[in-house]
Design a protein around this ligand. Structure first.
Ligand code: TYD
Ligand code: MG
Length: 464
């Protein structure tokens, strides 16, 4: 019998320790270290078998005739966009997201779409019973799609089943945390199990040209729980995000060996499953009140996709010695910076005021290009003057008060134009090439002049 050894494995990052400690030195997580059995070879400890002689592999040059990776499209446009134009055969993807966000719904819809196009699609659920999946499919109107379904968690059984027939074009495993293999001794869900199971399944996918989709749950802080180790094994990692209070969901690629990262697909959760949102800007601006002070429309960019988002600010006199600053959907430190620049460079004072900032629709903006829209919303709320309803704002503000150019100004303006906006305040550096005559875009070099303009007449003075 192979010698059994135990090791202590961090369930958050997969670091291995010879003895238990309270805190993982590698990722800093507390109480994440669990004792796991390793019987050599799989999932951790080095194999104790006799070393075999290596085989000679041919070394080749960088040039050669390699075809573009063959892709299969689901026909769900928002999904195909995020994967970079369809699933690549023989690739493995990890789809992460909070429990209940809609991962299973999205993937059963994808499986049905593939199956209806004549590809073999297999959906294996480790979390739900067949009856539950069928009920869901029924509700989604997918019951007639020829998806092959099983409720199974054993990797060996799954592999045996798959090897029994023609390999599927698409294989969905929901979820990776429920899978277990006899090759590792730890309980399902532990790093060792997840790693060993994922390895076995990825190997199958590469060998048979199957697109493998692994579903994984995410922890509160946005890490894929436990199986972060899986992120390195797969070709693409997609996050499905959104919040319970809103209907829309965003599928975002954070890693993609076959396409661009940070590409997003937007879906709306309806009674009949997830429906694609072809024009997300219209959705996010849908409930906008156009004549209240403190609201500014930011012409943003998510991946390669322009997106219009409303930034709302409320500036109110504060009864407190230290006024409040509360932010939803943006970076708190970035807000403090904008407030400091407004105060130091433009003489606009917020020290006696509470400041609340909210990004409408529950979205989260990470782009510094939103600085100008935030500044506009803040000044508008402070002065009580509404900004013009037909105007968008973008530009990065530096500590000196200068307004810096941002990427892809033209596509931002184009998106704004499509949605009926015809004025913009943006960095002067972005207007150099002088295109777009259908837009009254005001190029800005520094914040002071901009503030004077919007404080005077709510910014209606945009000129071409
Ligand atoms: P689910 O796909 O089970 O989430 P996950 O696999 O990420 O845990 O989604 C469950 C949620 O989606 C549940 O709260 C109900 C909601 N939902 C709808 O609103 N409409 C639908 O048609 C379906 C199938 C689910
Ligand atoms: Mg699920």
């Amino acid at each position: 019998m192979a010698r059994r050894s135990t090791s202590f494995v961090c369930q958050s990052c997969g670091a291995v320790y010879p003895k238990w400690t309270g805190r993982c030195e590698s990722c800093g997580e507390w109480n994440s270290i669990v004792e796991e059995q390793a019987s050599g070879g799989v999932g951790g400890g080095p194999a104790k078998t006799k070393p075999t002689k290596g085989r000679i592999v041919p070394l080749v040059g960088l040039q050669g005739d390699t075809k573009e990776a063959p892709r299969i499209q689901s026909g769900i446009k928002e999904l195909d966009r995020v994967t970079g134009g369809g699933f690549v055969r023989g690739s493995a993807l990890l789809v992460g997201g909070d429990p209940g966000i809609g991962k299973s719904t999205l993937l059963i819809q994808a499986a049905a779409a593939f199956a209806r196009l004549g590809h073999k699609a297999v959906y294996i659920s480790g979390e739900e019973a067949i009856g539950q999946v069928r009920l869901r499919a029924e509700r989604l109107g997918l019951a007639d799609a020829p998806v092959a379904l099983a409720a199974e968690t054993s990797v060996e059984d799954i592999l045996a089943t798959l090897q029994d027939g023609e390999p599927p074009a698409l294989l969905i495993l929901d979820s990776i945390q429920t899978l277990w293999t006899e090759q590792a001794d730890s309980p399902p869900g532990t790093v060792t199990q997840v790693r060993a199971s994922a390895q076995a399944m990825v190997r199958y996918a590469k060998k048979f040209g199957t697109t493998l989709v692994l579903v994984g749950h995410v922890t509160k802080d946005g890490q894929i729980a436990g199986p972060r180790v899986v992120e390195h094994m797969v070709d693409a990692v997609l996050y499905f995000e959104g919040d319970g209070a809103h209907q829309f969901r965003i599928l975002r690629s954070v890693k993609n060996r076959f396409g661009a990262t940070d590409e997003i697909g937007v879906f709306e959760m309806t009674g009949a499953g997830l429906s694609e949102v072809a024009n997300p800007s219209a959705l996010f601006l849908g409930e906008r009140s156009t004549n209240s002070p403190g609201a500014a429309v930011f012409a943003g960019l998510e991946g390669s996709r322009p997106l219009l988002i409303e930034v709302q600010a409320l500036v109110a006199p504060s009864p407190l010695g230290t006024p409040r600053r509360a932010v939803i959907g943006w970076d708190t430190a970035r807000l403090s910076m904008i407030l400091a620049v407004l105060e130091a460079r433009c003489g606009v004072r917020f020290s006696q005021h509470d400041v609340y900032l909210n990004v409408a629709g529950g979205l989260k903006i990470n782009e510094p290009g939103a600085d100008l829209a935030v500044a506009a919303a803040l000044v508008s709320s402070l002065s009580g003057l509404a900004l013009p309803a037909n105007c968008v704002y973008f530009g990065e503000i530096s500590l000196s008060g200068a307004i810096r150019p941002v990427a892809q100004a033209q596509s931002r303006l184009k998106e704004a134009h499509k949605l009926g906006f015809d004025k913009a305040f943006c960095p002067k550096g972005n207007l150099k090439d002088g295109r777009r005559t259908d837009f009254a875009a005001t190029g800005l070099e520094e914040l002071g002049g901009f503030i004077a303009k919007i404080a005077a007449k709510g910014g209606s003075g945009a000129d071409a």
